[in-house]
Design a protein around this ligand. Structure first.
Ligand SMILES: Cc1cc2nc3c(=O)[nH]c(=O)nc-3n(C[C@H](O)[C@H](O)[C@H](O)COP(=O)(O)OP(=O)(O)OC[C@H]3O[C@@H](n4cnc5c(N)ncnc54)[C@H](O)[C@@H]3O)c2cc1C
Length: 388
């Protein structure tokens, strides 16, 4: 029986390994880092949303590419919950609908339980192996000490995107694919914070909650956080897709009081001091009031202009954060380079999965869900091909 060689020990590669192993295949997983799933653990330092609980129709609407929507429909959020339970990781749904490991279970424990399950299935790991080249018969790796050629019948590449290169996802595969004439849709920052032209260092670390951010293309309710360079936060990440279509600088607006109309806000100012109205009648939190105090005096002291600013506070965006610091990357291996089973048309014995494919989604569990789903899909479809 042939061996399935999986390169990339992130969530997509590990899921493909699990599914191939469950189907009785011998599986070897390679990674150039000394340990598995470093970015998965980094994700654990933040919220560690493993998926999201919303209904499938809403869930798949979060993705851009038609193919990824189809694949996520096959391995759904409920499948993720069931699978996590099967490896000993019960989950719970947070107030935002996001799915997390049950309280008290650390990200490293989730990974350890998964790796334990994989080793029980006989999956072998080779760390310190960097894939530097391949053809239709050989995978070529470098290690600390040598170059090693491995003859293969079937391989899966799960090499990740290009953010957080220190976790191993350094995007070096892009030049390899270019040399093989495999087209890759341009890769760029996604789920990124923004650098602002006018910064608010005095507000760094403070959130703006219960706001709506918008531009001419889209809007999102939620919250943002000020940093010393600009802004971060879920609502900001959501807007990435609708910002990258235009050149910087561009303006993103913040509605600081979504539940009131501009006229309603204006009416509150009649006869009262500005500061009192903001605090008592409009009940704006201290960060919002401090932000409004940065307005020109001629605006701050004019109820009509101030009401307009409360509903449309402009933030001039200077650019995205450096790709090394963003949560994920958009773009990747073009869908038209892939067969239905996610194998490469030019190298049908090699499948691709995970963030290296051309799709994009907001944070909140959608990224990991797509990685699990594509890894699962690759192995399920792969085994229907009798040659491996
Ligand atoms: C700060 C942060 C927080 C996040 N939070 C969340 C969250 O809460 N929810 C969510 O859904 N998603 C989150 N994500 C995104 C999620 O972690 C990634 O989308 C996911 O890890 C991608 O999985 P992958 O298997 O495709 O690739 P990766 O996890 O990037 O794994 C790719 C693997 O391939 C290896 N590799 C690369 N090139 C080679 C090579 N040439 N040879 C050998 N090995 C190679 C790498 O070392 C790496 O181990 C977060 C990401 C970050 C950075």
């Amino acid at each position: 029986m042939g061996v399935i060689h999986i390169i990339g020990a992130g969530p997509a590669g590990l899921m493909a390994a699990q599914q191939y192993a469950l189907q009785g295949k011998s599986v070897v997983v390679y990674d150039h880092k000394p340990a598995a799933a470093r970015k998965f653990l980094v994700a654990g330092h933040g919220g560690f949303n493993l998926s999201h609980s919303e209904p499938t129709t809403d869930f798949i609407s979060r993705y851009d590419a038609k193919r990824i929507k189809e694949i996520v429909k096959i391995f759904t959020n409920q499948d993720t919950v069931d699978w996590l339970q099967s490896i000993g990781v019960p989950t719970y749904i947070g107030s935002s609908g996001k799915i997390f490991p049950r309280k008290g279970i650390k990200p490293i424990e989730v990974l350890q339980r998964w790796l334990h399950m994989l080793s029980g299935l006989g999956v072998e790991f080779r760390f310190g192996y960097r894939l530097i080249d391949f053809d239709s018969q050989k995978l070529i790796f470098t290690t600390d000490v040598r170059t090693e050629e491995i003859t293969y019948n079937h391989a899966v590449l799960a090499l990740g995107g290009k953010s957080w290169p220190k976790t191993g996802s350094d995007g070096e595969w892009l030049s390899l694919f270019q040399r093989k004439d495999i087209s890759v849709t341009a890769i760029g920052p996604s789920n990124s914070g923004f650098e602002l032209s006018v910064k608010y260092p005095q507000l760094a670390g403070q959130p703006l909650k219960n706001i709506r951010v918008f531009n001419v293309q889209a809007e999102k309710s939620g919250e943002l956080v000020f940093t010393d360079y600009g802004i971060e936060g879920a609502a900001i990440y959501y807007m990435n897709r609708f910002v990258r279509t235009e050149a910087f600088p561009q303006t993103l607006y913040v509605d600081l009081k979504p539940s009131f109309t501009e006229a309603h806000i204006r009416s509150k100012f009649e006869g009262d001091k500005i500061a009192d109205v903001l605090k008592r009648k409009l009940r704006l939190e201290p960060t919002k009031r401090e932000l409004l105090r940065t307005l020109d005096k001629s605006v701050y002291t004019n109820p009509g202009k101030l009401a307009l600013a409360i509903k449309n506070f402009p933030l001039e965006l200077k650019g995205f954060r450096p790709i090394e610091e963003v949560i994920s990357t958009y773009g990747g291996v073009s869908w038209n380079e892939l067969n239905d089973d996610l194998s490469l048309k030019k190298f049908p014995s090699i499948q691709c999965c995970g963030e290296m494919l051309d799709w994009d989604a907001p944070t909140g569990g959608y990224l990991l869900q797509a990685c699990f789903a594509t890894g699962h899909f690759a192995a399920r479809k792969g085994t229907s091909n009798s040659s491996y």
